[in-house]
Each structure stands twice: as structure tokens, then as C-alpha cells.
Ligand binder design. Structure first.
Ligand code: NDP
Length: 449
């Protein structure tokens, strides 16, 4: 194991997800370090794996019964070499320092790949919005922003949404920031359209992942037309992944949430997708309710005692993991390959374990790592920042066109870097190397800061 990993493990032994994310990048960039001795001399690995700043704070809030609760809030300001910190906020009971540091670390390279000027950050809380009333969510968001506002700003750090943080939460967070600072600025992205949001931002991560998948298929003279796809999750990324797959002639047969998954052999068409959007975004219901409406579909409850996730054990051509980290393990990867899947495109962040990735690369599956494939979300966040600065709103077609250009460019950048370093078509290596080189060169230009 490289020394840097040993020292990271020794320093923060409990941060397993962070170690996993660092390991993946460091393994990939070894040839870059060998070719550029000044990188090692300047200790770039030691510097890039240590956050520039970590903020942790108490968030007290009151529920509807008048009972006081305390959650923990975080913001990891990971790297600002190429722009202000940028990255989402996650509200989920599993949130801890390890998960947010892994997400912030990934974000640094992802943002570098977008071609826009954005550094990397991530934040959130172990607060669970599920089952809370709108008023409780509002009080929590206000308490969270009552501390966070000191650390963020349109030229400093610009948070956005992630798991558990959608348009409702961004609205409450923005309202409190505006009140505390007495200014209306583009300090958050993912805002609603009427007050500074960008068209296509809600769609961007899912659409972008599907655009990336189309680019990968095109390298083999293929397309999504007629392909059967497995999608996990049923939140923001999953919904718009399904929508774009349908647009491009594919068929999606699965969706999930943390309680279980549905399998709909006849395919989730536009009408069914509209139902899922209403179910998840308005009624905040469970995916199990899908079979009450569409009785031919089958619902399977999640079973944490199983070694594998049965969602990944259906005959299909493509898989779009779009729920959470480490949701495809080695066994799931074996099942996907056995069932005929030839493309895996990560909508979620780090959904495949290292064992799963090894199998995909070994079998020459078209495998897109999240830091490339799901970069469309943050890219359109960058476009939202640009529109806010100009006080302009670009039309839907213009933003979508820019998103497609950016996804094509990320795809090409990954291919070029993989070829330059002797492993053409390996998007995993390509994404890590291209993101790393851009950030490290900027760090070196700016001196020891
Ligand atoms: P949402 O909160 O909108 O949806 C998350 C979905 O994943 C829900 O269906 C949720 O189910 C499910 N889920 C969450 N945790 C688990 C778990 N431990 N096991 C099984 N299912 C789970 O989040 P997003 O769609 O925004 O995010 C999904 C993924 O995409 C995350 O990895 C995120 O970091 C990544 N991502 C998101 C971007 C964005 O723009 N939103 C940008 C780039 C990456 P339940 O409702 O039961 O919790």
C-alpha cells in the first residue's frame, strides 16, 4: 500500500469511505506521478487529500410537539485551486465525516472535468427529512444556515442539493441566508426557477449521465435504442435518468428506494414516470406503492442479510446505479455481467465497490465512474452561477445544449487521458488522471498555500 494511504489510515482510521475514494484516485494517478517527479517533490498527494477546511457545528431545532433535537452539521471545503468550493449538501442519518470527505474529494476531480471554474466541497447533516413535516424541515434548515452562512458566499463556497436536499430544502436554506446577510446572491444552486434557478438543473445529473452513456455506446457504433436498463434509486438522479433513457428509445425496468425495489418487465413509460415523480416529490411516498397502481410490476423488499442486491440480477443491457455509495458489490457485478449488461454508468457517487469496478474493467464493460458520468448536475449548477452573475435566464434549449457539449467534452477528455497513459477506453483511469492533473497544476501555480 502506498505510504500516503498508510498515513491517511493511521490518522483517521474510521474514515473507510474516504480511504476508499482516495485509494481509487491514487492507484490511477501513479503513472502521472512517475512522469512528473515535481508532483511528488511538492507533496501534491499529501496536500490534495487534506481538506483546506472542515467546519462542524451543532444544529438545534424544535419539532412540531415542541421537543428540542440536536443534529450535527458539516461543511468540508476540500480544494479551491480552480474556483470557489462547490458541491452539494446531504441530509441523511448515515452522514458522517468519512462520507462527506469522500464526496468532497470526488467533487474536486468531477468539477475539474466540467471545464468550469469550480473547486470542490460537500456538506450536510445526519438530520433525516423523511417523515418530518414541512415546518420541521424549515426549522432545521434555518438552524443549519444560522451557522453555515458565515462560511459560504457566491465567490467563496456555493452549496447545492444532494440526497435529502431538494428544491424545498434549498428554498428554506436560501431564505435564511438572505435574511442573515441581507443580500440576494447566487449563494446556492438548485434554486427554483422563479427566483434564480436555472432551467434543466433538476434534470441535469440524470440527463448528463445518459448523454455520457450514449457517448460511450457510440464508440462501439451502438446506441440506447431498444436497450433494457436497470436503474436504482427513485430520487432526482434516477427520475431524470429514466426520462432521458425513454427519450432515446431505451426501456427501464427497475427503480428502488431504501425499503426495496420494483421490477416492471413491460417498462416504465412516461405515464408511469409521471406517477413516480408525483409519488416521490409531492407525496413523499415509498416506491412500494408503485405496484398498487401498476399491478403487473413486482416489489421486493430490501434485505440487508443478502450478500447481493436482487435489483442487479435481471437480464438487461445497461445499468445506471443512481441511489447511493457502494450499492453494487463484486457479487452484484458478477450477476450484471452474467445477465448480459455491457454498460454501467454511475449516476450516484461511488456506487460500485472496488471489487465491482475490477470486474467491469476486467471484462471490458463500458464503465463510467460517477465523477465523469454524473458531472452534469454540478456543470449546470456552474451555469446557474453564471446566469445569476449576469442576472439572466437562459432558455431550456440553450442550457440543454451546453450540458450536452460539456458531457461530450468530459467523455473525450477521459478517453484522451486514458489513451495518453496507455489504457485506451478505460474511463476510470481517464477521469481520475484528467481531473487530478488540472487541479494539481493549478495548486502548483499558486504556490504553497
Ligand atoms: P435523492 O434524495 O433525490 O434520492 C436518493 C434515492 O436513493 C432515494 O430513492 C433514496 O431512497 C435512495 N437511497 C438513499 N440512500 C439509500 C440507501 N442507503 N440504500 C438504498 N437506497 C438509498 O438523491 P439524488 O437523486 O440527488 O442522489 C442520488 C445519488 O446521486 C447520490 O449518490 C448523490 O450523491 C448523487 N448525485 C446527485 C446529484 C444531484 O444533482 N442531485 C449530482 C451528482 C451526484 P429513500 O427515499 O428511501 O431514502
Amino acid at each position: 500500500m502506498p505510504d500516503i494511504l498508510k498515513s491517511i489510515e493511521a490518522r483517521d482510521p474510521a474514515e473507510k469511505e474516504f480511504q476508499q475514494a482516495v485509494h481509487e484516485v491514487i492507484e490511477s494517478v501513479k503513472p502521472v506521478l512517475d512522469r512528473n517527479p515535481e508532483y511528488r517533490h511538492s507533496a501534491v498527494l499529501e496536500r490534495i487529500t487534506e481538506p483546506e477546511r472542515v467546519i462542524m457545528f451543532r444544529v438545534p431545532w424544535m419539532d412540531d410537539q415542541g421537543k428540542t433535537h440536536v443534529n450535527r452539521g458539516y461543511r468540508i471545503e476540500m480544494n479551491s485551486a480552480i474556483g470557489p468550493y462547490k458541491g452539494g449538501l446531504r441530509f441523511h442519518p448515515s452522514v458522517n465525516l468519512s462520507i462527506l470527505k469522500f464526496l468532497a474529494f470526488e467533487q474536486v476531480f468531477k468539477n475539474a472535468l466540467t471545464t468550469l471554474s469550480m473547486g470542490g466541497g460537500k456538506g450536510g447533516s445526519d438530520f433525516d427529512p423523511k417523515g418530518k413535516s414541512d415546518n420541521e424541515v424549515m426549522r432545521f434548515c434555518q438552524g443549519f444556515m444560522a451557522e453555515l452562512f458565515r462560511h459560504i458566499g457566491p465567490n467563496t463556497d456555493v452549496p447545492a442539493g444532494d440526497i435529502g436536499v431538494g428544491a424545498r430544502e434549498i428554498g428554506f436554506l436560501f431564505g435564511m441566508y438572505k435574511k442573515l446577510r441581507n443580500e440576494f446572491t447566487g449563494v446556492l444552486t438548485g434554486k427554483s426557477l422563479g427566483w434564480g434557478g436555472s432551467l434543466i438543473r433538476p434534470e441535469a445529473t440524470g440527463y448528463g449521465a445518459v448523454y455520457f452513456a450514449s457517448e460511450m455506446l457510440a464508440t462501439r457504433d451502438d446506441s440506447l435504442e431498444g436497450k433494457t436498463c436497470l436503474v436504482s434509486g427513485s430520487g432526482n438522479v434516477a427520475q431524470y435518468t429514466v426520462e432521458k433513457i425513454i427519450d432515446l428509445g431505451g426501456k427501464v425496468v427497475t427503480l428502488s428506494d431504501s425499503s426495496g425495489y420494483i421490477f416492471d418487465e413491460s417498462g416504465i413509460d412516461r405515464g408511469k414516470l409521471d406517477y413516480v415523480k408525483r409519488l416521490k416529490n409531492l407525496r413523499r411516498g415509498r416506491i412500494s406503492e408503485y405496484i398498487d397502481k401498476y399491478s403487473a410490476a413486482v416489489y421486493t423488499e430490501a434485505d440487508s442479510t443478502l450478500e447481493n442486491n436482487p435489483l442487479w440480477d435481471h437480464a438487461a443491457d445497461c445499468a445506471f446505479p443512481s441511489a447511493t455509495q457502494n450499492e453494487i458489490n463484486g457479487k452484484d457485478a458478477d450477476n450484471l455481467i452474467r445477465n448480459g449488461v455491457s454498460l454501467v454508468c454511475e449516476g450516484a457517487n461511488m456506487p460500485c465497490t472496488p471489487g465491482a469496478i475490477d470486474r467491469f474493467l476486467d471484462k471490458k464493460i463500458l464503465y463510467a465512474p460517477g465523477k465523469a458520468a454524473n458531472a452534469g448536475g454540478v456543470a449546470v449548477s456552474g451555469l446557474e452561477m453564471a446566469q445569476n452573475s449576469m442576472r439572466l435566464n437562459w432558455p431550456r434549449e440553450e442550457v440543454d445544449e451546453r450540458l450536452q457539449i460539456i458531457m461530450r467534452s468530459i467523455h473525450q477528455t477521459c478517453l484522451d487521458a486514458s489513451a495518453e497513459y496507455g489504457d485506451p477506453g478505460n474511463y476510470f483511469i481517464g477521469a481520475n488522471i484528467a481531473g487530478f492533473v488540472k487541479v494539481v497544476n493549478a495548486m502548483l501555480d499558486q504556490g504553497l498555500v
